[in-house]
Design a protein around this ligand. Structure first.
Ligand code: SF4
Length: 398
């Protein structure tokens, strides 16, 4: 038996991949440890320059306390030598996500082979339904490191959701890189059908989608979400820019008008987004258009990403906006997001919601609004909004 740690950086897909490696090692009879361990896995991120820097730091730290370190995930698959020059006990695993857990387990696995039951004490499970992306946004490194879009069979997804429910998870988040591309042609599933059937898995109390491209926000998807009682009325739809010229330069496949028209199909849902600030084509007028689009779409929360060029992308050599300008625009967009969040939270005061408590004192309501509540972790409780703080809606038992 070996002792191990698994850490991840980046998005929910990275978290799912890290979880798969962890489960595989536990199933092979190894034990999670703290501090000095035999093996450490760091599932890395490369979506920005900063993400690679942090991933490298995490690997360096792991190399000081682990006999062997496996660098996995997007950062490991990035072309170039982002992880060169690290200690000899570091191994960079350049494999697609589907083969990574088996490789790491195989390498560690000679030490022991005991079947164990993996139990997780989490309230929320992320279930990957799809990986990779066949789009080609000019700034994005993901298709390079994760490959083309491919989907898991619907039967495997539904079985995994049942297993997660059996482990005690109350909420499942369907996760992927480009979720709307989900297809299981042999079984006749697209994303709307998967949502309906996943939401009906016995015992599941809440189902959410992670992030979806606006072109996939269809009538069929919105109907599936509205008509399946367990599905959360929340959509995270990346905007990236609210200016058509910048969207074209980014290689995105929509205009601002399309974004507004499609997200209007989900009216009544809580809408959140990602935006890139300081893309080379973004002048002050274009940035103002982004502020306007965020308001027009009634977005409540914007994850702001200052642009950073990534190797191997079409804009790898372009970075014309000064860092101070990116910083200033990012601060303005974040301020708008904070104001929109607060306004949305104020509308909850006096109304009831069902909150899943996922950490001490905090949880998320049905539409992914953050609530501050007093209840045990794992509880799904009905609360009434009694006030607003800078962290979310203040809830009291209803
Ligand atoms: S849709 Fe665009 S931004 Fe999203 S993963 Fe694919 S290429 Fe990257």
């Amino acid at each position: 038996m070996a002792t191990f740690t698994v850490d991840f950086l980046g998005c929910k897909v990275s978290q799912v991949d890290a979880q798969e490696i962890r489960e595989r090692l536990v199933a092979d009879g190894h034990a999670e440890g703290v501090g000095v361990v035999d093996a450490a896995v760091v599932n890395t991120c490369c979506v920005t320059h900063e993400a690679v820097r942090k991933s490298r730091q995490a690997v360096r730290r792991a190399a000081r306390r682990a006999g062997r370190v496996y660098v996995t995930g997007c950062g490991a698959n990035l072309a170039g030598d982002g992880f060169a020059g690290l200690p000899d006990n570091v191994e960079v695993v350049r494999l697609p996500s589907e083969r990574t857990a088996a490789f790491v387990a195989g390498d560690v696995g000679a030490i022991g082979c005991v079947q164990a039951n993996v139990s997780l004490d989490r309230v929320r499970a992320f279930v990957k339904i799809q990986d990779g992306c066949s789009f080609s946004c000019a700034f994005c490194v993901i298709p390079q490191v994760r490959g083309a879009s491919r989907s898991r069979p619907a039967s495997a997804v539904l079985t995994e959701i049942g297993r997660r429910v059996g482990q005690g998870h109350r909420e499942v988040v369907l996760t992927g890189i480009n979720l709307g591309c989900y297809r299981d042609r042999a079984a006749g599933f697209d994303l709307p059908r998967l949502v309906r059937e996943a939401g009906a898995v016995p015992g599941l109390e809440r189902l959410r989608l992670s992030s979806i491209e606006v072109n996939h926000v269809s009538d069929a998807l919105c109907a599936a979400m509205r008509e399946t009682p367990t599905v959360s009325p929340h959509l995270h739809v990346p905007l990236q820019s609210g200016d058509d010229r910048v969207l074209r330069a980014m290689g995105r496949r929509y205009t601002v008008a399309t974004y507004l028209r499609r997200t209007a199909k989900a009216s009544g849902f809580n809408l959140t987004t990602d935006a890139i600030v300081g893309f080379p084509a973004e002048d002050e007028a274009a940035f103002s258009n982004t502020l306007r689009a965020v308001e027009a779409a009634r977005i409540t929360k914007v994850h702001v990403f200052p642009y950073s060029p990534r190797p191997g992308t079409r804009t790898a050599a372009e970075d014309s906006i000064a860092p101070a300008v990116k910083k200033e625009r990012s601060a303005r967009l974040r301020a708008l997001s904070e104001a929109a969040c607060e306004a949305a939270w104020r509308r909850k005061v006096g109304s009831d919601d069902v909150v899943l408590v996922d950490r001490p004192g905090r949880g998320y309501g049905d539409d992914y609004t953050p609530w501050l509540v007093v209840a045990p972790v794992g509880a799904l409780i009905r609360v009434r909004g009694v006030g607003v703080t800078d962290q979310g809606v203040l809830g009291a038992a209803a």
